[in-house]
Design a protein around this ligand. Structure first.
Ligand code: PEP
Ligand code: MN
Length: 334
């Protein structure tokens, strides 16, 4: 409250706090009066106070995210993905095409992912495309193709869920990791639905989301009982137009400090060009990422979606070699 605040105005704030079952701690300075609310702040919103006369600003001091916070759980959480650990010493590279196209393309992709030494595979059956006229993915049929190809190499599968109505199909095809894409990071009803399952969830950062909005989105999933959450930094929107997005490397150590949950990076959607992927991948692993989500296509120039950013099978293999050396240098394995 400002320096011209009256006792009556202070009283009004105190009564409102007490009415909500909290205690007030008043600290009077020369420039302003600070009223601290002590107790369960769950029922308080800043707007309950900002509208009162004399109040300059109101804010939560305690963090709004609880379950996902490092404060609530000191040790790193290792998410178990069908026997593959993500979040421990071993770094996991999840590779595969942007979208599921044909059974042959998926069979080949799975073979190359396996040959490169990756333990998990990606591929989109439901695609969030900017244009409604672009290929939207094969849907449930795509899940079926993906499952068949990946199973030949015992690769757990990662695929995007866009609509809660598809959740039953995801469970039926035993999708190992549900990916929530950047466009749905704040689709709270969808987050609540995946929060009711026990499937690991990759939560991509909204393209304009702050760290705190991202953590709160994860808290929605955790609050439903599902604590198997993996954060994925995939680049954010800025003024720069040279590349698709700006990979926010800073987010990696910041998230590792704020949360006990694993953090991975998608260098493909960040750079948007295949030639940038090795450099961004190396930066991510060096900065402490627990894994990567990388697009690889058996023949990138024929890809139905995101052709520019897909690595060739050879490029993926080569990248795995470089990342192995970095992992060794920082006391991790690949
Ligand atoms: C994807 O991983 O294929 C994808 C669509 O990513 P994003 O949600 O980060 O754009
Ligand atoms: Mn893509």
């Amino acid at each position: 409250m400002g320096n011209e605040t009256t006792e009556a105005q202070v009283d009004t704030v105190v009564k409102k706090l007490e009415g909500a079952g909290l205690k007030a701690n008043i600290s009077r300075g020369i420039e302003r009066t600070v009223i601290g609310a002590i107790g369960d702040e769950k029922n308080l919103t800043a707007s309950m106070f900002t509208s009162l006369p004399g109040v300059e600003s109101a804010m939560h001091i305690a963090k709004q995210y609880k379950i996902v916070s490092r404060e609530s759980h000191k040790q790193d959480t290792v998410v178990d993905i069908a026997g593959v650990p993500l979040g421990g010493k071993q770094i996991q590279i999840i590779a595969g095409p942007c979208s599921v196209e044909t059974q042959d393309q998926m069979d080949l992709s799975a073979k190359f992912v396996n040959e490169a030494g990756c333990r998990l595979m990606r591929g989109g059956a439901f695609k969030p495309r900017t244009s409604p006229y672009s290929f939207q993915g094969h849907g449930v049929e795509g899940l079926d193709m993906f499952r068949k190809s990946a199973s030949k190499y015992k690769l757990p599968i990662v695929t995007e869920l866009m609509d809660a109505r598809q959740l039953d199909a995801f469970l039926e095809y035993d999708v190992d990791v549900i990916q929530i894409g950047t466009r749905n990071m704040q689709n709270f009803d969808l987050l609540k639905e995946v929060g009711r399952t026990n499937k690991p969830v990759i939560l991509k950062r909204g393209m304009s989301a702050t760290i705190s909005e991202w953590l709160m989105a994860a808290e929605y999933i955790a609050a439903g009982g599902n604590h198997n959450i993996i954060f994925c930094e995939r680049g954010i929107r800025t003024f720069e137009t040279y590349y698709r997005n700006v990979l926010d490397v800073t987010a990696i150590p910041v998230l590792k400090k704020e949360t006990h949950l694993p953090v991975i990076v998608d260098p493909s959607h960040a750079g948007g060009k295949a030639w940038m992927v090795p450099a961004l991948s190396q930066a991510a692993v060096s900065a402490g990422a627990d894994g990567l989500l990388v697009e690889m296509h058996p023949s990138p120039c024929d890809a139905w979606c995101d052709a520019d950013q897909a690595l060739t099978p050879d490029e993926l293999k080569k990248l795995m070699g470089t990342l192995g050396a970095i992992a060794g240098a920082i006391g991790r394995t690949l």
